[in-house]
Design a protein around this ligand. Structure first.
Ligand SMILES: C[S@@+](CC[C@H](N)C(=O)[O-])C[C@H]1O[C@@H](n2cnc3c(N)ncnc32)[C@H](O)[C@@H]1O
Length: 275
């Protein structure tokens, strides 16, 4: 079969996905090691049986619900192409709001920033790509996430990022940051979303945080005040229904200028405050 025929049949079989066409194109690009424009340019190109077989295996896993990013091993975030693995969350486009908002803050030219729960390194590396003068630290609890973030950092040769294993602040030497950012786990234990879609394949360590989803946010909002410079900022991502509770936690910890921003869908997504 040629490219066009293989794709047409694959898209029909992948009907449960909201992104059926893009999924199939990305999988075929991965197998052929080409970009999507190649598929449009050469729709009549015949595929070898080896390629068809490899594509078929990935397609079957996609039809079972496995995220495309895990199947192809990468995900775009900000301007970066990041390696991903089932050891941590696949970076989401919504999290770019956090990066955008952090870049808009009035911070020292050589700001010290900390990314808690860095996963693939998405937030820390996006900030590093825009601010070469900043000194950025990034930590994760999971050693394999630390390895992944380090590999992503090496790929882009960022020299202003250090990445290490720590449970939140536990291994972070006493110091003051101008900015602390985090997209921590914030889903309630037993939430029905955990059994749906891509999330089924992501580790609980990246998603779940106690009976109300706020265990980690509670801890890191309270602890951040001990690591922020005077007029430093804390910014966290949270669930779309957690805005009021998170703002209250910021106020209880003594933050001022507490504010929540909504994402492109109008859902409350990040909260920030000044120490
Ligand atoms: C929602 S994911 C976010 C990953 C990445 N920052 C992003 O936005 O794509 C949360 C991350 O927090 C990490 N994590 C969970 N508990 C932690 C802890 N106690 N200390 C540090 N990191 C933790 C998880 O391993 C996971 O990588």
């Amino acid at each position: 079969m040629n490219i066009s025929q293989v794709l047409q049949s694959a898209v029909q079989r992948n009907y449960l996905s909201d992104t059926a066409t893009v999924d199939c194109e990305l999988l075929l690009c991965h197998v052929l090691d080409v970009d999507r424009s190649y598929l449009k340019t050469w729709p009549d190109r015949e595929l070898s049986s080896a390629v068809e077989e490899q594509f078929e295996q990935l397609l079957e896993r996609r039809i079972e619900g496995e995220p495309v990013a895990y199947l192809i091993g990468t995900q775009g975030f900000w301007t970066l192409d990041l390696k991903v693995s089932p050891d941590t969350l696949i970076p989401r486009p919504e999290t770019e709001l956090l990066v955008e908002t952090a870049l808009d803050l009035d911070l020292p030219r050589q700001a010290k920033a900390l990314d808690l729960g860095t996963g693939t390194g998405a937030i820390a590396l996006a900030l590093a790509s825009e601010r070469s003068q900043w000194q950025i630290s990034a930590v994760d609890l999971m050693p394999r996430a630390v390895q992944l973030a380090s590999a992503n950092c090496q790929r882009y040769e960022f020299e202003n990022v250090e990445i290490f294993q720590s449970s939140w602040f536990a291994e972070i030497p006493a110091q003051r940051f101008d900015l602390i950012v985090s997209n921590p786990p914030y889903i309630e234990d037993g939430d029905r979303h955990l059994t749906q879609g891509d999330v089924r394949f992501e580790p609980a360590s990246a998603l779940v945080s106690g009976s109300d989803g706020l265990d980690d946010l509670r801890l890191l909002i309270a602890e951040s005040v001990n690591y922020l410079a005077d007029r430093g900022w804390l910014m966290v991502e949270h669930g779309y229904q957690q805005g009021p509770a998170v703002r209250e936690l910021f106020r209880q910890a003594g933050f001022s200028a507490v504010e929540t921003r909504a994402d492109l869908n109008g859902l409350e997504r990040i909260t920030l405050g000044c120490s």
